[in-house]
Design a protein around this ligand. Structure first.
Ligand SMILES: [Fe+2]
Ligand SMILES: [Fe+2]
Length: 286
């Protein structure tokens, strides 16, 4: 039975047509934001080509989390008022919601829970980047966090059929849920997530965040800081019960991630005690 699952997953990752798709506009906007020659108006024009995304983007611009108080009624206005990086975060939320905002069976996550978890991790990651005076990477921390568990959307079905074996391996070997995923199914949700982002042509840094968010110590040096930020935000949210499903309550923050960020004990404590604020801010994104 494990062999069947392994073979099936091999087939899926080798045939990217079977992995989820994302609206073109998200990939284009992410590339354009990193291009110094791309103007506000070209980015706005690109977004405006997709009517559904445009409607959602405008709604999000005026949401309590992103709004700067002034009503925003055009995408062009949004890029000027909020800035290109903020608009990129917003486009990302608008473009990924339909992929992530669904029931994730095998992980025992009701509809909306994985989405809310991603938003909470995103808000917290951005906050960590800001308190550590790394505002220049806050937008990447945010987008990487939104998408970090995307592999679960594909693995869910298989986790469901291998669930008993995964859990008994977790118990007998005292390993984490995703290590057991890898042992039993040949892949864990980090690896599947990375394949999905490769299909979407997303930048390497986002792929690294998805690939290493449970094992920041294995991330390449150039992405270690961002992977560590998302790892810490993810673990704090899980410890606070945000988006916890069948993968259980056993989660530990990597010491190396704490060192990489230079997070002090007091700062970490504050992140825990401010979790209700994080949840409030995340629910203001809609
Ligand atoms: Fe994860
Ligand atoms: Fe997560």
């Amino acid at each position: 039975m494990h062999e069947q699952i392994k073979q099936r997953l091999e087939q899926i990752v080798n045939n990217i047509g079977q992995l989820p798709s994302i609206p073109d506009v998200a990939g284009k906007v992410i590339t354009m934001v990193n291009d110094p020659d791309a103007s506000f108006s070209r980015i706005a024009e690109e977004i405006s080509k997709d009517q559904a995304i445009t409607t959602n983007v405008l709604k999000l611009c005026n949401s309590a989390y992103f709004s700067r108080g002034k009503e925003i009624s055009s995408v062009e206005r949004a890029t000027v008022t909020l800035g290109i990086k903020e608009v990129k975060d917003i486009v990302f939320v608008a473009a990924t919601k339909s992929i992530l905002d669904k029931q994730i069976m095998g992980y025992d996550l009701a509809k909306g829970e994985l989405w809310k978890h991603g938003l909470a991790v995103a808000v917290l990651s951005k906050h960590i980047a800001m308190i550590k005076k790394k505002s220049e990477i806050a937008d990447i921390a945010f987008t990487g966090s939104i998408i970090h568990d995307v592999g679960k959307t594909v693995l869910a079905l298989y986790v469901q059929s291998a669930f008993k074996e995964i859990v008994s391996l977790v118990d007998s070997k005292q390993i984490t849920f995703q290590s057991a995923e890898r042992e039993i199914m040949g892949f864990d949700h980090q690896e599947i997530g990375e394949k999905i982002l490769t299909k979407w042509n997303f930048p390497q840094i986002l792929r690294d965040i998805v690939r290493f968010h449970h094992e920041p110590e294995n991330a390449p040096n150039e992405s270690k800081l961002l992977v560590s930020i998302v790892h810490i935000a993810n673990t704090i949210c899980l410890m606070g019960g945000i988006g916890v499903g069948s993968d259980g309550l056993y989660h530990q923050i990597s010491e190396e991630a704490i060192k990489t960020i230079g997070l002090k004990d007091q700062e970490l404590e504050n992140l825990y005690s401010n979790l209700p604020d994080t949840i409030n801010n995340a629910s203001a994104i809609q």
